[in-house]
Ligand binder design. Structure first.
Ligand SMILES: [Zn+2]
Length: 279
């Protein structure tokens, strides 16, 4: 199941608008330094995110497994601290302004996990048999949290606004075109009250999240080399009937695994082993 954002605006107009917009609305991704389109202030993304997260959590059941829930919160918090420490040492703490980190484990057969803007994380119990232990979970959370830290949702939302000719502040767009902006949010995140399915990120965003995720998990004291067997386990799920949702958004192909191996020497420089509690 693949859904892509389709861009209908004529190319020339899009280019002109893009040029105008880029001159005042560009940000760059931590670690990779890639410049990205950013039309939507993070504070506005967070507001929408917090409302969606609350309604999602109300509509879904938290897991009763106390050990697994504690593990999700522990891994999440350790990665949160790694992110905060990286951003602080690179004078980028302002990029985390307004974050209200939260890590929850919901009861669901789906193999899935995501992080919305502002650090709102959800892990589905269905992914735990594949993560297997705390370090495996750190691979997933490092990756998902990196999507948020790298503002990938904001970038996708901005591209959507631009494609709709709404190259303006989100608050203005919401006032003028409430339905369109709600639809864009759904296209960017797909997280409504019932549906907790993140739409696929672009390949660039995916490999960026892998790259950042390796570094953050290493800084959090988890062996980044464990990312390779995790993605191999994910790949082996592909043949088991209906591939998990997480896999349809995250193709665990050889290119991904090879890229992760290439980034390993860099990630290992950040690795300070700590004891991981593997239930
Ligand atoms: Zn991803």
């Amino acid at each position: 199941m693949k859904r892509f954002l389709s861009i209908h605006a004529p190319k020339v107009v899009l280019t002109l608008v893009t040029t105008a917009v880029l001159s005042w609305s560009c940000s760059s991704v931590p670690i990779t330094g890639r410049h990205q389109l950013s039309l939507v202030p993070e504070s506005e993304m967070q507001q929408m995110s917090y409302a969606q997260y609350d309604s999602f959590m109300q509509a879904n059941k938290l897991s009763h497994d106390q050990a697994a829930t504690a593990m999700v919160k522990r891994v999440g918090t350790r990665i949160e601290h790694a992110v905060e420490s990286y951003m602080s040492s690179h004078n980028m703490s302002d990029q985390l302004a307004g974050y209200k980190w939260e890590f929850n484990l919901v009861e669901s057969k789906e193999v899935n996990a995501w992080c919305m803007p502002g650090g709102k994380v959800c892990v589905y119990t269905g992914i735990l048999p594949i993560t297997q232990d705390e370090t495996g979970l750190a691979v997933v959370l490092g990756h998902e949290i990196s999507h948020a830290v790298a503002h990938h949702g904001t970038e996708r939302m901005s591209q959507g606004l631009l494609a709709q000719g709404l190259g303006t502040a989100l608050s203005v767009a919401v006032a003028k075109e409430p339905q369109t902006t709600q639809q864009l949010w759904m296209t960017a995140f797909g997280v409504g009250a019932e549906v907790g399915v993140l739409l696929p990120y672009s390949r660039t965003q995916e490999s960026e999240a892998d790259h950042l995720g390796l570094i953050f998990m290493a800084m959090a004291g988890y062996d980044p080399q464990k990312a390779v067997p995790f993605w191999e386990r994910m790949a082996s799920q592909a043949g088991n009937g209906k591939p998990p949702e997480f896999l349809s958004d995250h193709p665990a192909d050889q290119t991904r695994i090879n890229d992760i191996k290439k980034e390993m020497p860099e990630a290992m420089k950040y690795y300070r082993p700590q004891s991981a509690t593997n239930p």
